[in-house]
Design a binder for this molecule. Sequence first.
Ligand SMILES: Nc1ncnc2c1ncn2[C@@H]1O[C@H](COP(=O)(O)OP(=O)(O)O)[C@@H](O)[C@H]1O
Ligand SMILES: [Mg+2]
Length: 275
Amino acid sequence: MGLQQPTRGPGVLAPRILAVVNQKGGVGKTTTTINLATAMAACDMKVLIIDLDPQGNASTGLGIPRTGRDTDSYAVLIGTATMTEATEESSVPGLWVIPSSAHLSGAEIELVAAEEREYRLREAMVLHLQGAGADYDYILIDCPPSLGLLTLNALVAADAVLVPLQCEFYALEGLSMLLRTVERVRKAFNPALNIQGVVLTMFDMRNNLSEQVASDVREHLGDKVYQTVIPRNVRVSEAPSHGMPVLVYDLRCAGSRAYIHLASEVIKRERSQAA
Ligand SMILES: Nc1ncnc2c1ncn2[C@@H]1O[C@H](COP(=O)(O)OP(=O)(O)O)[C@@H](O)[C@H]1O
Ligand SMILES: [Mg+2]
């Protein structure tokens, strides 16, 4: 089987594949995926989001109608569609999306008996990147709130993991399980996998707890934590109901500015790790 590192051809850099992972729900995975991708696209990069959560919030947040999702990430995983066939244009120039639909909710169970079940996404990715027209700079995978087979597929396909952590009392709880999972995937399936970084989300300046959590997390994880902190910002939470990234909905709000900073930090780290 051709499970070599995906490449786009001789001398051309492959896209960097980042999995946005945290087994807790509501910590800012989808928001981070959409807005980090939009900020990258605004820097003239070509970006693909793969929505790997059956809830499909990344697809909805990018304005992809539910009716337009027949060929979705589920079809890619089970092999009835190629990534190219499943890719939709978003309203943001330079940003494409492979949407998810409710079909995906059966995938965890259906794939259990499948051959090479952890490699489904990676295989689709390799095929895609060997084909023509696949010239993304970044592929971001929005994961569901679990460490099941869907997230495992993302970790096996990815170069690196980006972990959003919500600034709340239990922020660090569950993190060691997540890090152990990454370690296991590295040993068993994907030796090149690393942690890109941890981003603190929903930081509330008026709340001492946020400050306390942020400093605990930094003490614990050191420079794995990005300098950029995403503030709790009402514009960020309004944007998805308009089917827009917050950067399009309100470019000047604090949330948009934070995601622009985060994108530059992520890109800088990627370049220094690739060097
Ligand atoms: N920085 C923020 N400020 C305010 N609300 C936010 C922020 N980030 C996320 N939210 C809101 O919190 C909820 C959970 O975020 P989401 O990105 O969907 O989390 P996850 O994908 O981890 O489940 C959503 O309603 C989202 O709009
Ligand atoms: Mg989500």
